[in-house]
Design a protein. Sequence first.
Length: 67
Amino acid sequence: MPRRTKSTPHHPFRFASNCDQKRRFDTEKKARDAAEYQMLIKPELELDVYKCELCGGWHLTRQKPLV
């Protein structure tokens, strides 16, 4: 008798990082310009930028920088 359950195809594990879904900027200046623009559009936002250790690019964040 044939098997009726269908197996799902195997997908190899891929490390998914948060930066895959974030906007990436080549330089800190481009990231700061984008942050300033977003804060002009939405004054309630407080954005900062940080250099990503995974991709080497710059991302925006709402978190306060650690001093």
